[in-house]
Design a protein around this ligand. Structure first.
Ligand code: MRU
Length: 371
């Protein structure tokens, strides 16, 4: 997507071929800064500290982290160490494990002298695949938005609600939940997006609103608790969210608060769609509530907020009484029964075991072969 008129992705390799560039997402929307990753530890730190975030981007960054590790030392020992360090950065988004396993499968059988080049190559492929997948998700999702637009009076807007940031910043480009939105906007469909602020880290208010604004998409930022009210008053036509992991039976793990939006959508007959690249499907787990590890993050994310002061400084202030205990669960699970459809690169699927297995038979076959 474009930043200041210039085409940009969320991650790239610098001209020296051995440095990875990323956008520092902790500084948005008030400052646009980039960061150079020159070592595997830099990549691990960037993922852990959420300089970069979003399931598909975490996967791509981890793949590049393996390449940085191989640039420094391509021995078996360092290969193992890099995998162990990167896999421990964040527990919920399955794209991290998927990407690391992809790179590992290529590197393990190779001689150390061949590993660095192979790692850069596979990381670049993973990035390109993500972009192609998201374009495809966009095309399938666009049909859903167009169908709703066709049932409206001329010029009446299609209102879409989204949660967190499943935009181009969360992927390599285009985003998952936002890909249909950008395509609908570019096709001239009248759309408007309600953007959940997404406490505690405010990825909706800081990142999704920033992205949509730069692309010229009409949007309104709302407090996290507003969605139910809007749905009761027929102000939302459909919900589209991203996800960090979808189980074999179609349960959806995503940013905390997604489940409450799905409940409200179900109660009000609002379609609730989840956009995802197939690497986000974890065919090894079934019951998302019981089986997906939910990341618990630093209390400071709850007790304080960052923002721009009147004199232009970015400051962090305390909003909870000192000493009050807080809980900071980063994700929740929406059971498949609350999901209308899963939008992947291969179409829109029912959130069922049978539909997912039929759409991605090679993934199920690979799993069976490994058992
Ligand atoms: O904690 P984050 O910001 O990494 O969480 C991001 C989300 O929950 C996104 O909705 C999800 O990763 C999908 S991104 C295309």
């Amino acid at each position: 997507m474009k930043v200041g008129g210039k085409a940009m992705r969320s991650i790239w390799v610098e001209s020296d071929g051995v440095t990875v560039g990323v956008i520092d997402q902790t500084r948005l929307p008030h400052a646009f800064e980039t960061v150079k990753l020159v070592s595997m530890d830099d990549a691990a730190h960037a993922i852990r500290s959420m300089i970069l975030r979003g399931a598909p981007l975490i996967g791509a960054a981890a793949a590049y982290g393996m390449a940085l590790a191989m640039h420094a030392d391509a021995t078996d020992r360092n290969l193992k160490n890099a995998y162990a360090t990167l896999i421990a950065t964040r527990p919920t988004a399955i794209n991290l494990k998927w990407a690391l396993d992809e790179v590992m499968a290529v590197l393990r059988p190779l001689a150390p002298s061949q590993r660095e080049a192979a790692a850069w190559r596979r990381a670049a492929e993973i990035s390109e695949e993500d972009v192609a997948i998201n374009k495809s998700i966009g095309a399938h999702g666009l049909k859903l938005i167009a169908a709703i637009a066709a049932g409206k009076k001329r010029g009446e807007r299609v209102n879409i609600l989204t949660h967190c940031n499943a935009g181009w910043l969360a992927t390599v480009d285009f985003g998952t939940a936002t890909a249909p939105i950008y395509l609908a906007h570019d096709a001239g469909l009248p759309i408007h997006v309600f953007v959940d602020e997404t406490r505690p880290r405010n990825q909706g208010a800081s990142l999704t609103a920033w992205e949509l604004g730069r692309h010229g998409v009409a949007h309104t930022v709302i407090a996290d608790n507003t969605g139910g009210h809007l749905m009761q008053h027929k102000m939302v036509d459909l919900v589209i969210v991203g996800t960090d992991r979808v189980t074999a039976q179609g349960d959806v793990c995503n940013k905390i608060g997604t489940y409450l939006k799905a409940l409200a959508a179900h109660d009000n007959g609002v379609p609730f769609y989840v956009a995802l690249p197939s690497p986000t499907i974890d065919f090894t787990v079934s019951d998302g509530v019981a089986e997906i590890p939910i990341e618990e993050r630093d209390a400071a994310e709850m007790t304080s907020v960052s923002g721009l002061t009147a004199d232009g400084r970015i400051e962090t202030v305390l909003i909870v009484p000192e000493g009050s205990p807080v809980a900071n669960y980063a994700f929740d699970v929406t059971p498949a029964r609350l999901v209308t459809g899963l939008i992947t690169e291969r179409g829109v699927h029912a959130p069922t075991r049978a539909a997912l297995a039929a759409a991605f038979p090679e993934r199920v076959a690979a799993l069976r072969a490994a058992e």
